[in-house]
Design a protein around this ligand. Structure first.
Ligand SMILES: *[C@@H]1O[C@H](CO)[C@@H](O)[C@H](O)[C@H]1NC(C)=O
Ligand SMILES: *[C@@H]1O[C@H](CO)[C@@H](O)[C@H](O)[C@H]1NC(C)=O
Ligand SMILES: *[C@@H]1O[C@H](CO)[C@@H](O)[C@H](O)[C@H]1NC(C)=O
Ligand SMILES: [Cu+2]
Length: 235
């Protein structure tokens, strides 16, 4: 009985498969077309001044869609030799901000035209020196480490000029590859990264906070919000 059942299941599974063996050259071409349409999202900024991911493997024809989260960042092409200086004639998104409460997300989409490494940085304030850089098609895992280190070793960034090498647009926040930082928790535009979370209180601290000094409900509400703060900051 079990044998019959499993062969039945197998038959159903096989009939549900796409007709792979029947793929002719036209099917192959359709596959290549689908490959070219691949859109690879990269989140720029957010709670931290980063590109996420900071290393992407893309085929010629793929589209890198930079999605700009909290702050005011750029995706600007540079080089391994000068990580925080725009490459002559290179790609540049210009500054694209994201503010608390926005329901749309600014994007910059660029078509990958070569499988050689493409080095990108954010030209805002000290972001590049903080390591806000990425590589499209790095030669290996070591190259992104080397590139971040080289960026951190620079004195300052040079701003790009005109938008080049891609197109700016907008998408709905609900379709974005990120959830924005909670209101007020985003890093200041162009400023330093968010302050480190306060040191964890030790065993005596909670007892103090829970002491019955709050005599009415309002005070307790405020206290609850206070206690949540470190949890949010930990993100
Ligand atoms: C973003 O940064 C650029 C360059 O510093 C500045 O010109 C622009 O006003 C900023 N935009 C916002 C919304 O902060
Ligand atoms: C932790 O405990 C020590 C010893 O009881 C105390 O001196 C210190 O103030 C406490 N720290 C905090 C953050 O509560
Ligand atoms: C009770 O709540 C009110 C309103 O927020 C506040 O002004 C008052 O100080 C609180 N009283 C005590 C005893 O905590
Ligand atoms: Cu930035």
């Amino acid at each position: 009985m079990q044998l019959i059942l499993s062969s039945l299941l197998l038959a159903v599974a096989v009939s549900a498969l796409p007709a792979e063996p029947m793929l002719g050259t036209s099917g192959l071409r359709a596959n290549i077309r689908a490959r070219q349409a691949k859109v690879i999202p990269v989140v720029v900024g957010g709670p931290q001044d980063t590109f996420n991911p900071n290393s992407v493997t893309a085929a010629v024809g793929d589209i890198i869609q930079f999605q700009f989260s909290n702050g005011n960042h750029t995706a600007t092409q540079s080089s391994l030799e000068a990580p925080c200086t725009p490459l002559n004639g290179g790609i540049n998104s210009g500054h694209i901000p994201f503010k608390d409460g926005q329901t749309t997300v600014g994007t910059f989409s660029m078509v990958v035209s070569s499988t050689d490494p493409i080095f990108m940085f954010c030209s805002t304030g000290p972001h590049c020196q903080e390591g806000q850089v990425m590589i499209i098609n790095p030669t290996g895992a070591q190259q992104i480490l080397d590139f971040v280190k080289a960026a951190q070793g620079t004195d300052k960034s040079v701003e790009g000029t005109a938008i080049a090498g891609g197109t700016t647009s907008q998408i709905e926040l609900t379709n974005a590859a990120f959830v924005p930082a909670p209101a007020g928790a985003g890093g200041p535009p162009g400023g330093a990264p968010p302050a480190a979370a306060p040191p964890a209180a030790n065993a005596t601290a909670p007892a103090q906070r829970n002491a019955p000094e709050a005599k009415n409900g309002t005070a307790k509400e405020g206290e609850k919000k206070e206690k949540r703060q470190p949890v949010l900051l930990a993100f």
